[in-house]
Design a protein around this ligand. Structure first.
Ligand code: ADP
Ligand code: MG
Length: 728
């Protein structure tokens, strides 16, 4: 009997297994069993050809009308063109250099054809579609039963077709060892689920539609339950882990700092500050998520926590996602603490690109315990950094750090350090429960007094007069002594932009894309590039005399730091940049931001970006330039951002508009472990239900003694995570 842990090459043969691994990342039988169909087609189902939308993936049942082989002019090779019809519309199938397919594709035969609809010279076509031809000699009755059998359509690749996947699964399911259920029989019954074994079989080989629907429901339940069980168990274990309590006494750094503050803490800062100091005073590691709008004063809250730990004799590490942000944090912490206090606490910077001598000095400060507040990037994890007594880790911008990285840092303490993660991207409750279910959550809801509103407007690029007005508006701000950001989606013409946009931003829709002859998609128009925009702005008559600077991710860290320093010192009026300024950058004198090709950015990304202006008691203005089509989803996203500054509302909108898989992004560990069937928005109720069930179960059986299968599955998940950690 075949076990799920068996590797695919043993079952499918070397060659096939290699393609499965390379193109779909599937290595074991279990991986393939978890590769679920995207949808199901039936052979009896007719999608009218006339209604096929360009850019969609479709499966259609049709008859072959004729087959023609043409030779390409001017180069070698042939095109096989097969026309198919459903009785009304006509569609071409195109195969390059695959004339041998004429053997199968005979006029008059009927089949199922699947692929992405493209257009060539105004006609609809499918390039290199998957197909399955129906048998010719089949009785009417058999034909009917066969025609009603749901056909699973799998996420596939050009060289691993959905049929290949279906066949491989057929082989596996025939010999698979029955799968044990990690759910109690009582739960299976009460929730009206299939057994785990039935569900796996029926999702891949349904006899009728009801089969796969029930199977999906069951497997979704398993997914939600396992996810929650894992998080709850981790939280329970955490509550039993012992660590050093950190309490600040009278006359310490914290007291001195609080007395020196030129403003009063907001009510939220006081409340969250108390939650954190209570956590730190316990002998179990804190694991808290601090969320709040950009500028709500999170960093200040974190700094007070670090001072608490310093008072107790421990060290803190503040981890920033980029070099620029790390040095900004470093500078701003020194400024906020004042020279005297900063020196006493040994505020120290450590990044990967520091000169060797500086780094050596920093490492020494850290290992000797003199550095009580250390600010750095990934270098804090990656390098052989040793702390004397690491008591607290503060992670800035949760979404950039995976679970693995947080864990790597935790190993750096003598005792497990307390962890505080901060994010300015508010997370809707269901998502928080799904992804951060092992964390306690604090939220800062109000902005410090004196913070001015940000006004946002959408400007469509065709409206030339308005676009000109945008630049004269920027000029007015500069003339008034303020500064401006201009944000572009890519660095230069060679940059394909994808790495600088978060997943939501790279979401491209058919209307922005063109399909070329081979079915490849490309944007209709080149995107604004920072380097050329910087040049163009220096020549823009409206901005005559203004100093324009450039900042992007491909510059060295010294260059970046020096450009930021010039901007802070007002030697640059207009800073053209990519999303490197997305988080944390704090220049109170900047009052206006122009975002070019705004539709290319994600909703939360735009929200984060505009948080860079209006920080210094002057009103902020954000102008979102876009050439998204009217009524398109892209335009809807940009308009949503302009319509509200409520981050929570935006994150809900974002969740609804984004592709689900992207929502979890880097916060979910190691690629493959991200959600499969579960959808955080649609399945919110299921997730909450599973959380309650898992909580009850673990409350009664923390060690999972009475649930050996569950214990085993969770253990396997943990091991997969650990091996990701080792690889990272
Ligand atoms: P966040 O990290 O949430 O974006 P910061 O902690 O960086 O916010 O705070 C943004 C700015 O507001 C900083 O210049 C900080 O000194 C200032 N600030 C923080 N708390 C207050 C407060 N209670 N009153 C006035 N200003 C504050
Ligand atoms: Mg901040």
């Amino acid at each position: 009997m075949l076990l799920p842990s068996e590797s695919l090459d043993r079952v499918l043969g070397d060659r096939t297994a290699k393609s499965f691994a390379r193109h779909l990342g599937l290595l074991t039988v279990a991986d393939l069993l978890q590769h679920f169909p995207r949808r199901y087609a039936t052979r009896g189902e007719l999608t009218p050809i006339a209604e096929l939308p360009i850019g969609d993936s479709v499966s259609i049942v049709a008859d072959i009308v004729d087959v023609r082989e043409r030779f390409m002019t001017g180069r070698k090779g042939s095109i096989l063109e097969v026309r198919i019809t459903d009785g009304n519309g006509m569609l071409s199938l195109t195969f390059f250099n695959q004339a041998w397919r004429q053997k199968d594709l005979k006029p008059g035969s009927r089949g199922l054809f699947a692929g992405k609809i493209g257009a060539y010279q105004g006609k609809l076509q499918l390039t290199h579609p998957d197909y399955e031809l129906f048998p010719e000699d089949i009785t009417d009755e058999a034909a009917k039963a066969w025609a009603d059998l749901p056909i699973p359509i799998y996420p596939a690749a050009a060289s691993v077709t959905t049929w290949m996947i279906q066949r491989a699964l057929g082989v596996i399911l025939d010999t698979l060892e029955p799968i044990a259920d990690e759910l109690d029989k009582a739960i299976v019954k009460a929730q009206n689920l299939l057994s785990a074994n039935d569900a796996i079989h029926k999702i891949h080989r349904p006899a009728v539609t009801a089969d796969w629907m029930q199977a999906r429901q069951t497997l979704k339940f398993h997914e939600a339950f396992l996810l929650q069980a894992q998080l709850i168990k981790r939280k329970a274990e955490n509550a039993h882990t012992l660590t050093t309590a950190r309490v600040s006494g009278a006359g310490g750094y914290l007291e001195a700092f609080d007395n020196s503050l030129p403003f009063t803490l907001t009510a939220g800062q006081v409340e969250v500050g108390n939650e954190i100091s209570n956590d730190l005073a316990r002998e179990h590691p804190m694991n808290r998520l601090l969320q709040g709008e950009v500028g709500s004063g999170k960093t200040l809250v974190a700094l007070r926590a670090m001072l608490t730990v310093a008072d107790a004799g421990g060290q803190s590490a503040l981890l920033a996602p980029t070099e620029v942000l790390a040095s900004q944090h470093f500078e701003s912490i020194k400024r906020t603490l004042g020279e005297q206090l900063a020196k006493e606490c040994g505020v120290t910077l450590l990044t990967g690109q520091m000169p060797a001598a500086d780094r050596k000095r920093a490492l020494l400060q850290i290992v000797s315990g003199k550095a009580q507040i250390v600010v750095g990037t990934h270098a804090l994890i990656a390098e052989r950094v040793e702390f004397l007594d690491l008591g607290l880790i503060v992670v800035d911008e949760q979404h950039r750090f995976g679970v693995e990285q947080r864990e790597a840092l935790r190993l750096k303490g003598k005792t497990p350090p307390h962890v505080l993660t901060m994010t300015a991207t508010p997370i809707p409750r269901t998502l928080a429960v799904t992804v951060f279910g092992d964390l306690d959550v604090s939220t800062l809801t109000e902005l410090p007094a004196g913070r001015k509103q940000i006004t946002s407007h959408v400007v469509q690029s065709e409206q030339k007069a308005l676009v000109a007005r945008v630049w004269s508006r920027v000029a007015e701000e500069v003339a008034a002594g303020h500064q401006a950001f201009v944000v572009c989606p890519r660095i230069d013409e060679d940059d394909d932009a994808s790495e600088f946009l978060d997943a939501g931003g790279s979401l491209t829709e058919p209307e922005d894309m063109e399909t070329d002859l081979l079915g490849a998609q490309k944007p209709k128009r080149p995107l604004a590039a920072a380097t050329s925009v910087a040049v163009a702005l220096t020549q823009n008559p409206a901005l005559k005399g203004a100093k324009v600077g450039l900042l992007h991710g491909r510059m060295s860290s010294e260059e970046k730091t020096s450009v930021m320093a010039e901007f802070v010192a007002k030697k640059i009026d207009v800073l053209v940049s990519t999303t490197v300024i997305e988080v944390g950058v704090d220049v109170p004198n900047a009052t206006v931001m122009v975002v070019l090709d705004a539709e290319r950015f994600g909703v939360s990304q735009l929200h984060q970006l505009r948080g860079r202006v209006g920080r210094g008691g002057h009103a902020g203005l954000c102008l979102l330039l876009t050439s998204a089509e009217p009524l398109s989803l892209s335009l809807e996203r940009v308009e949503a951002v302009a319509s509200t500054t409520d981050g929570f509302k935006l994150s809900e909108i974002d969740l609804q508009l984004r592709r689900e898989g992207d929502v979890l992004g880097a916060s979910q560990s190691g690629g493959r472990s991200s959600l499969k069937l579960l959808r955080v928005v649609q399945d919110a109720e299921l997730i909450v239900k599973c959380r309650e069930i898992a909580q009850t179960l673990i409350d009664q059986d923390v060690t999972l003694e009475k649930h050996p299968v569950l214990a085993q599955v969770l253990q396997a998940q943990d091991e997969a995570r650990q091996s990701n950690l080792a690889k990272a």
